[in-house]
Design a protein around this ligand. Structure first.
Ligand SMILES: Cc1cc2nc3c(=O)[nH]c(=O)nc-3n(C[C@H](O)[C@H](O)[C@H](O)COP(=O)(O)OP(=O)(O)OC[C@H]3O[C@@H](n4cnc5c(N)ncnc54)[C@H](O)[C@@H]3O)c2cc1C
Length: 436
């Protein structure tokens, strides 16, 4: 027998799960399912990130307005949700450091962006060398932007809790189910799971993270885009360094045109510390080890050479960056030295344990340029979310409401209760804040 659904979401990451959460409150009579290939939600990027609940100071309010707004409101929503569910959340702040005069100018720009994106004077402050020394004596820098309204959380815990709420409202989570084929049959989508079981849905939402492009291509959508994958690796820092700073420390990125930052000094929500992530080019969204990368090497290279990615990989600056990152993967001290520039006390010999790596999939257009923003595509009876990157976990709840509202306004799903109370939030009030 084939199961029939009204709405199916591919991808049990933080975004797909959050979309299901809001849909489950607004569409009580609809049959909704999430398909996830792994045995748990948040198995990939959503459970393998830095765990920061980011204040929106890194995002240009003109170019990344929606992402900045989602981060701004996401912070408040996760804070409220964690209080309600008694989940760990720490407002522990982040310090962005300038290592030279040029970086100081960038910090001034970040301060301006942060304020334009809604941060108040009490949330963000530019400090000179002497001021930061008094607060954080171990940090060496020219100046620093102290972002007090920045937090730490465990997004795997959040996603699992959101899943429980969504399940309680009737969403079916089809775990251990890999989508292997999607076909249009009689005006509906017929989806094959694990090359065997078939389900049918009236509407399909593609929130498949690192595989979203492949799924879109299989449905004849977004053929002008391709993606490249970067593995972000972490090193776990021993206990003796846990009190080195009070806040996590980021540095102004060396290559601001690329969609990742330099490795940071991270304080996790449980107080443990790590260094990372770097951004090592790999050949699969699951390229955590050599076996997977070797398996995907030839098909990915062929795909890249036949698309806009060809221009990106032959770009001199990209090659320089890739070599830097590969070196920081092959040599622990190369990676640690990037953080030693602003925390000289760290001794890389004392750091011996690797953390859990996460993979970022960045979309490239036909001209070989990295697409800086998320890509949202409406197609017939389907919706695709591509390039959903940092700070995607911070903004997942508001972003999910934006998507659900968009689908409703365009008549794709027809929410029954647009004014519904969704846990601690009223749906219409979140939308109002996002549209302000
Ligand atoms: C190294 C790193 C650090 C980061 N740090 C932060 C941070 O500190 N703060 C922050 O806010 N953001 C951070 N991010 C970004 C954030 O983690 C992501 O934006 C977010 O997790 C993306 O969520 P997602 O649900 O779109 O994707 P995913 O978590 O990748 O979920 C997609 C899901 O789809 C499933 N799937 C794919 N294909 C199929 C298929 N064929 N069949 C069935 N299931 C399928 C996958 O198994 C996966 O579970 C970081 C990202 C990286 C890589």
């Amino acid at each position: 027998m084939t199961d029939n659904f009204d709405i199916v979401i591919i991808g049990g990451g933080i975004l797909g799960t959050s979309i299901s959460y809001f849909l489950s409150f607004l569409n009580k009579s609809k049959k909704i399912a999430i398909i996830e290939q792994e045995s748990t939600v948040a198995f990939h990027t959503s459970g393998r990130n830095t765990g920061k609940v980011h204040a929106p100071y890194l995002y240009n309010p003109e170019k990344k307005k929606l992402f900045a707004k989602a981060a701004f409101h996401g912070y408040e929503m996760w804070k409220e949700y964690s209080k309600l569910k008694k989940l760990p959340f720490r407002k522990d702040g982040v310090i962005e450091v300038a290592l030279n005069k040029k970086d100081v100018k960038t910090l001034e720009k970040y301060l301006k962006w942060g304020k334009q994106n809604g941060l108040e004077d009490k949330d963000i402050k530019l400090l000179d060398k002497e001021e930061i020394k008094k607060i954080e004596p171990e940090i060496k820098c020219e100046s620093a932007l102290y972002v007090y309204k920045d937090g730490s959380a465990d997004y795997s815990v959040f996603t699992n809790s959101i899943m429980k709420d969504s399940k309680n409202n009737g969403t079916e989570f089809l775990l251990d189910s890999k989508v292997t084929e999607i076909k249009k049959e009689n005006g509906q989508w017929e989806i094959t799971l694990n090359q065997k079981k078939k389900i049918v849905t009236k509407f399909l939402i593609n929130a498949a993270g690192g595989e979203a492009i492949n799924i879109a291509h299989n449905m004849n959508v977004a053929k002008n885009f391709t993606d490249v994958h970067f593995r972000g690796e972490y090193w776990i820092v021993p206990k003796e360094y846990h009190n080195l700073t009070k806040a996590s420390v980021y540095s102004v990125p060396e290559f601001p045109d690329y969609p990742f930052l330099d490795p940071h000094w991270i304080i996790r929500v449980d107080g443990s510390c790590e260094i990372g992530p770097n951004a090592v080019p790999v050949f699969s969204p699951y390229g955590y080890d050599n076996a997977e990368n070797i398996k995907e090497f030839i098909p990915k290279i062929i795909e890249m050479l036949g698309s806009g990615a060809r221009k990106a990989i032959f770009d001199k600056q990209f090659q320089e960056l890739a070599i830097n990152e590969i070196q920081s993967s092959m040599s622990k001290s190369v990676m640690i030295n990037r953080v030693k520039r602003f925390l000289p006390k760290i001794d890389s010999d004392k750091i011996t344990e690797k953390g859990t790596a996460g993979i970022r999939s960045s979309v490239i257009d036909e001209n070989g340029k990295f697409v800086p923003d998320v890509i949202l595509i409406d197609d017939e009876k389907s919706f695709h979310i591509l390039n959903y990157n940092s700070p995607g976990a911070t903004g997942a709840l508001p972003f999910a409401t934006h998507i659900v509202n968009h689908l409703n306004k365009n008549g794709f799903i027809g929410n029954e209760l647009v004014d519904a109370q969704c846990g601690p939030w009223k749906f219409s009030e979140i939308i109002e804040k996002l549209e302000k």
